[in-house]
Each structure stands twice: as C-alpha cells, then as structure tokens.
Design a protein around this ligand. Structure first.
Ligand code: ADP
Length: 376
C-alpha cells in the first residue's frame, strides 16, 4: 500500500487534501466538545437566573438538543468536505498528473528509439499561455524534434557514405575480376584505372575525416597574422599549371593595401584551393576565373568568380550541404565528393567569417564570396 502511494502522485494529492479536512474536522469536534459546553453553560446561567428554578430541566434539554444539532451538522459538513476532497484531487490529478504521465510515457517510447513521439498539447492554446507543465511539454517536444533530426542526419550520413564508397569499390572489384579472368588486358591503362579509383577512395576517406573533424570541432586553429593578398598569389602560382592545361585564364585583382587577418594559413589555403579548384573544374576551356580582394569597412571581401557552367537557383541553397552535388555523375567523375564546400563553410565560420554563393543561372557562371574580419 505504502509503495503504491509512493508511486502515485494522484493518491498523494488525495491524501494531502484528506489530511487537511481530517485536521479541520478534529479541530471542530474538539471545539464542540470542550469549548462549546462551557460557553453554552455561561450564557444559559444568565438566562436561568432571570427565569428562576423551573429553567433548570429546560437547560439540560436545550443543551442535549443543541449538541445533537451541532453533531448532525458536523457529520453533514464532514461528508461534504470528503466529497470535495475527492473531486478536487481528481481535478488536480487531471491537471498535473496527466501531463507528467504524458511526458513520462513519451520519454520511455523515445528511449526505445521512437524519435517521432510527441507529448500532446492542448488544442488551440497559444504556447506562451501554457502553465509551467505545458511549457515543459513544449520544451520536451522541441528536444525530441532535435533528437529526431539528429537521428535522421545520422542515418542519411551512413547511407551517403555507403553510397560514396560503393562506386569506386565496385569499379576496383570489377577491374580486378576482369584481370583475374583474363577479360581485361594487364596493361598500364587497366592498372592506371584501378589506381585512379583507389586514389578517389583515399581522397574520399580523407575528406570524410576532415568533415568529421570540422563538424565535431575537433581541430584547433593555429592562429597568426595572415596576409590574404600574398596567400592568394601563392595559391594561384601553385594552380597556374592546371589552369594552363585546361586553357582557363586566371585573373587576380587584389587591393595592394590589405590589412592582415588573424587566421590559420593552412586552413585558409584549404578553403581557397577548394573554391578556386571548383571554379576551374566547372569552367570549360576558354573561360575565365577571377579572384578579387578588397577592404570593406573592417572586413576583407574576397570573391572567386567564373564564367563556367553556373548553378541553378534551385540548387544554390543546398551546395554547402555535405554530399550535395548539382550534377552527380559529372562531379563524381571529376573526383568530387560534395564535401569540399561543407568543410570550407565550417572553416570560414570558425574564422568569424561568412561564405556565400551566387549564380545568375546555368551557363552564366558562379561567384563565391568570403568576408573575413580584419585583425584588431
Ligand atoms: P565537389 O567536391 O563535388 O566539387 P563541393 O562541396 O566542393 O563538392 O561542391 C558542391 C557542388 O557545388 C559541386 O558538386 C558542384 O555541383 C557545385 N559547385 C561548386 N562550385 C561550383 C562552381 N564554381 N560552378 C558550378 N558549380 C559549382
């Protein structure tokens, strides 16, 4: 019984009301037993004095009847108070215990892995008008929504990785089977093809490791003053040959008086190599990639524009999402994993900067702009 009470909030409410009423009744009974007789005697003594000796038997009769009347009303009011205790405890239990029980049941369901579970909220009531328990339910639902999102991201990530690994692995396996069965000639070309796929796998794994690091903030920026103009010139020199080979012109328009940025040079290099490399990859021969850098208030504004294939407006909002590729077959064939821009965004933001993409549409080129705060 004690255990049952301990586990039921409703029973506790009922007992607390019952105890209050019981104490009230005991106080009333004690009052009628001990203080009422003496008060009654005192008042009647004054009355009998005025009425003479015949009033003595009348006094006893009167007192007995008075006491019976008081006891009768006590019994009726006790019964009414008891019914009130039951009704009030049922009402309070509904108001307090039901939402708590709702949260308890939902949390048990979520613990079993059902992240779509929500606590039912009263219909047509604005969330700000809810009491503390209602607010708790709202917060609980927000928490479960985040859990659900996290879980679906996790599932999607595993699916994406499996998908990304499958293509190069099946190509390697197919080529090796061809070699074993003697269908494919054991030439340099065949070995080169297998090597390229293995290389793609390695790049993908490296990208994934990088992505994991930036997404879980498990990396440290080695901060130092960085000369953005010098950095872009250095990267351009490194990529020069690739531009010449693809017959794409690289044009720089960098302000000569740029202040320093407090940043990690290696990480910023990674961002610029990715963006310039993308522009080169998605710009056909004869095209131009232009890099500009200038001071704008207390930020350095850098743009990397190309007149290449462009990005459709429907894809623009997603290109910083991991594994997102506009043309899946083309960028995969080019070795792209759709992770580069996600990493670039994380890195720019970790420098207190902003990265944006713009394009006037397919065939009209793309512009990636970065703003980095200048060093204080
Ligand atoms: P990937 O490694 O596939 O290039 P990114 O994350 O660097 O991955 O880019 C994501 C997608 O954004 C690319 O697959 C491509 O479709 C699109 N994209 C990026 N840069 C450009 C650009 N300069 N021109 C056109 N499309 C681009």
């Amino acid at each position: 019984m004690l255990n049952k009470i301990r586990r039921r909030l409703g029973l506790k409410f009922f007992i607390s009301y019952f105890v209050v009423i019981l104490v009230g009744i005991i106080v009333l009974i004690s009052a009628t037993e001990f203080t009422v007789p003496s008060a009654f005697d005192r008042h009647l003594a004054e009355m009998t004095e005025a009425m003479g000796p015949s009033a003595e038997s009348l006094e006893r009769d009167l007192f007995d009847n008075f006491r019976n009347a008081v006891n009768e009303s006590l019994i009726i009011s006790s019964a009414a108070a008891f019914i009130a205790a039951v009704l009030v405890s049922i009402f309070v239990t509904r108001q307090v215990v039901a939402p708590i029980r709702g949260i308890m049941e939902a949390s048990q369901y979520i613990a079993e892995g059902h992240y779509d579970e929500r606590v039912k909220l009263p219909d047509g009531v604005d969330h700000s008008d809810l009491d503390e328990l209602g607010q708790l339910s709202v917060s609980f639902n927000q928490m479960t929504l985040q859990l659900e999102k996290g879980e679906s991201l996790r599932k999607q990530l595993i699916g994406d990785i499996a998908h990304e690994l499958r293509t190069p692995l099946s190509t390697i396996k197919g080529s090796l089977e061809g070699l074993i069965d003697g269908i494919l000639p054991a030439t340099n070309d065949t070995y080169h093809q297998v090597y390229q796929e293995a290389d793609r796998l390695q790049r993908l794994v490296n990208d994934l490791q990088d992505l994991n690091r930036v997404e879980s903030s498990a990396y440290q920026l080695d901060l130092a003053p960085v000369d953005i103009r010098r950095l872009i010139e250095k990267i351009s020199k490194r990529l020069d040959l690739q531009f010449i080979e693809k017959q794409v012109r690289l044009s720089l328009s960098l302000s000569p008086t740029l202040p320093f940025v407090l940043g990690d040079e290696d990480r910023l290099t990674q961002v610029f190599v990715n963006l310039i490399g993308n522009s080169l990859q998605y710009t056909p021969a004869g095209g131009v990639v232009e890099i500009t850098a200038q001071l704008d208030k207390n930020e350095i504004s850098i743009t990397i524009s190309d007149n290449g294939i462009g990005i459709d407006s429907e894809h623009l909002p997603h290109i910083f999402t991991r594994f997102y590729r506009v043309d899946k077959s083309r960028s995969r064939a080019g070795g792209g994993s759709g992770i580069g821009l996600t990493i670039a965004k994380h890195l720019v933001e970790s420098h207190g900067g902003v990265i944006k993409a713009a394009s006037s549409g397919v065939g009209h080129g793309s512009t990636f702009s970065i703003r980095l705060p200048v060093m204080a």
